[in-house]
Design a protein around this ligand. Structure first.
Ligand SMILES: Nc1nc2c(ncn2[C@@H]2O[C@H](COP(=O)(O)OP(=O)(O)OP(=O)(O)O)[C@@H](O)[C@H]2O)c(=O)[nH]1
Length: 365
């Protein structure tokens, strides 16, 4: 199965003190199904006034569309085997196979840019790309993952989401939405208000946390796309509020991917939480009532660890996760863990049962 192919080395991570992204270069991953409007979005961002020198990485993953895309981005006609500097100071390059070489190249050019946009092809799994940047940040690099943006075709999005996949394979369009921090529903000029609402409902039911904006020609307010700080512990209060307001989703087309959320009061045992998350993300030990293993694509939470005054943020992408202490202190006597799981074959009751049985800190031991 494809998810197992690129499993990185997995190391449990202790909660770290509040992380700040000051001085680091943000990376925004732009993904979306074929033809949704990703290149149009890149072009738009590159040509808007933003006072940023943006580096663009086109991640072709061995497909043949690089030339076309590069041309679209530069509007100049060159091939970018090397870096190309655009007139407004933006940089462009295309990457083969994976982004690691590109990161090395980028770091050599450090100082020449202050934002990275990485576009993955329509069929790539952005989770693998995202975790690569995450690991890199862990290794003390100067870049950090700012957010995952998924562009959706308002006209064909539902059709793409309902495409049947072979047994065991995820619908890529649904996976891209599951991973996203922001979804841009593009080409709204091509659909009625009713159809647009159906697309929005479906997106929301896959990913109950994601922010949705609607666009034509991918024209989006740049402040909606850039500098989202989606993984920043500074955002803890915001995330906590969002998790609190979330409700269980409605059924949707691709029923296999959905959002599950629950709240549990009390302190958690840190070791038990690590084991729980590892059994869930890595070992895929938890089965739903139909006997299928639950697969989590994105995981977020604000949790109370025993002995810690500060709220701890749990973030999971693909098979990586992190626990980071946030600047937010718990108020006296109101320590409520809030968790959101986005993935396939998820069963809220079963998950919550496992969680309650295993992770709550037992006072008597
Ligand atoms: N009608 C309409 N067409 C759009 C809109 N946005 C983009 N397009 C067109 O849709 C087509 C695909 O747009 P791209 O930006 O190339 O899409 P992409 O996601 O980069 O496509 P791939 O590289 O194939 O994955 C192009 O012909 C665009 O001109 C829109 O809002 N409305």
């Amino acid at each position: 199965m494809e998810e197992e192919d690129d499993c990185p080395e997995l190391v449990p991570i202790d909660p770290k003190p509040p992380v700040s992204s000051v001085g680091q270069i943000p990376v925004t991953i732009i993904t979306g199904y074929l033809g949704a409007g990703k290149t149009t979005l890149l072009n738009y961002i590159l040509t808007e006034q933003h006072n940023k020198r943006i580096a663009v990485i086109l991640n072709e993953f061995g497909e043949g569309s690089a030339l076309e895309k590069s041309l679209a981005v530069s509007q100049a006609g060159e091939l970018y085997e090397e870096w190309l500097e655009l007139r407004n100071g933006c940089l462009c390059c295309s990457v083969k196979d994976n982004g690691l070489k590109a990161i090395e190249n980028l770091m050599e050019k450090k100082g020449k840019f202050d934002y990275i946009l990485l576009e993955t092809t329509g069929l790539a799994d952005p989770g693998a790309v995202a975790s690569m940047f995450w690991v890199d940040a862990e290794l003390g690099s100067d870049i950090y993952l700012d957010g995952i943006v998924t562009v959706i075709d308002a006209k064909y999005g539902l059709q793409q989401l309902s495409e049947e996949k072979a047994e065991g394979l995820l619908n890529e369009a649904a996976r891209q939405i599951a991973l996203a921090d922001l979804t841009i529903i593009n080409k709204t000029d091509l659909v009625s208000g009713e159809d647009l609402d159906r697309v929005k409902d479906t997106v929301r039911s896959i990913n109950g946390l994601v922010k949705i904006v609607e666009t034509q020609r991918s024209r989006v307010d740049l402040s909606e796309v850039l500098d989202l700080h989606s993984f920043d512990t500074e955002n803890a209060a915001n995330l906590s509020e969002k998790l609190h307001l979330m409700r269980s989703p409605h059924p949707h087309l691709d029923k296999s991917i959905l959002t599950v959320t629950f709240e549990v009061p009390g302190d958690l045992s840190e070791d038990a939480l690590n084991l729980f998350v590892q059994d869930l993300l890595w070992e895929k030990l938890f089965l739903n009532k139909g006997g299928q293993p639950m697969t989590v694509i994105r995981l977020k939470g604000i949790v109370a660890l025993a002995g810690k005054d500060h709220q701890v943020m749990l973030q999971g992408v693909h098979e990586l996760y992190e626990l980071n202490e946030t600047p937010e202190r718990w108020e006296e006597n109101v320590r409520i863990n809030r968790l959101v799981f986005i993935g396939r074959n998820l069963d809220k009751d079963v998950l919550q049962e496992h969680f309650l049985a295993r992770v709550l800190h037992k006072l008597d031991n």
